[in-house]
Design a protein around this ligand. Structure first.
Ligand SMILES: C[S@@+](CC[C@H](N)C(=O)[O-])C[C@H]1O[C@@H](n2cnc3c(N)ncnc32)[C@H](O)[C@@H]1O
Length: 193
């Protein structure tokens, strides 16, 4: 059976994130993606999460207290444009997830925008460990969404295939802008002999 976009994004991360990894949740929201990542990185790993809204940070902290996984999570109430500055020096990251759009149950006028999303992607891509993934769940049904989708697809389809493999996973016969997934894999560089 075909997985929904969000389930597919999680399946990809389950295959690639390993215990001990440092991973990024670029849009924490209600903390569901952070929770999945925390279960994958194990006690020696770390999830570093970003959201611009206090409500998202608060909800996620509370969610983690209930699970006992708080020690694996570091939250920052700031834009994901700054995420790269929170990665320890010389450390590669084992995965990144963006779940774009607005906070479910929150203020629908506060959404991700293509400007900050692209800036952040450009900073984080070079930090990915070889074989790991940046996964984006893209919602184009809100006012900023269509432009964000267009700008993202334009950028990722131009990434050099020697460095990155880029996948788009989408349902093409559904109405009302169903979410879709973009996954970017960091490839191993072939060394010249
Ligand atoms: C669809 S929600 C995320 C859902 C979430 N990952 C979950 O598991 O529940 C999108 C979130 O992105 C946040 N956001 C918007 N612009 C942002 C930015 N520049 N940096 C970080 N987060 C941002 C919003 O505040 C919102 O909470």
């Amino acid at each position: 059976m075909l997985e929904k976009a969000i389930d597919f994004s999680h399946s990809l991360l389950k295959k690639t994130v390993v215990p001990g990894d440092i991973v990024i949740d670029a849009t924490v929201g209600k903390g569901n993606d952070s929770l999945l990542l925390a279960s994958l990185v194990g006690p020696s790993g770390k999830v570093i999460g970003f959201d611009i809204q206090e409500q998202a940070i608060k909800q996620t902290k509370e969610k983690f207290l209930l699970t006992g996984l708080s020690e694996r999570l570091e939250l920052h109430q700031t834009s994901h444009e700054h995420a790269h500055t929170f990665i320890p020096e010389n450390k590669a990251i084992g995965g990144v997830i963006y779940n774009l759009g607005y906070l479910p149950g929150g203020d629908k006028s506060i959404t991700t925008t293509y400007q900050s999303t692209l800036t952040s992607i450009k900073h984080l891509l070079p930090l990915l460990r070889v074989g790991s993934l940046m996964v984006l769940v893209v919602y184009s049904g809100h006012p900023n969404g269509l432009k964000e989708k267009e700008m993202l697809l334009n950028y990722v389809s131009g990434l050099n295939q020697t460095d990155y493999t880029v996948l788009s996973y989408q349902f093409i016969n559904q109405q009302n802008h169903p979410p879709f997934v973009i996954a970017i894999e960091k490839r191993k560089k072939k060394h010249p002999i």
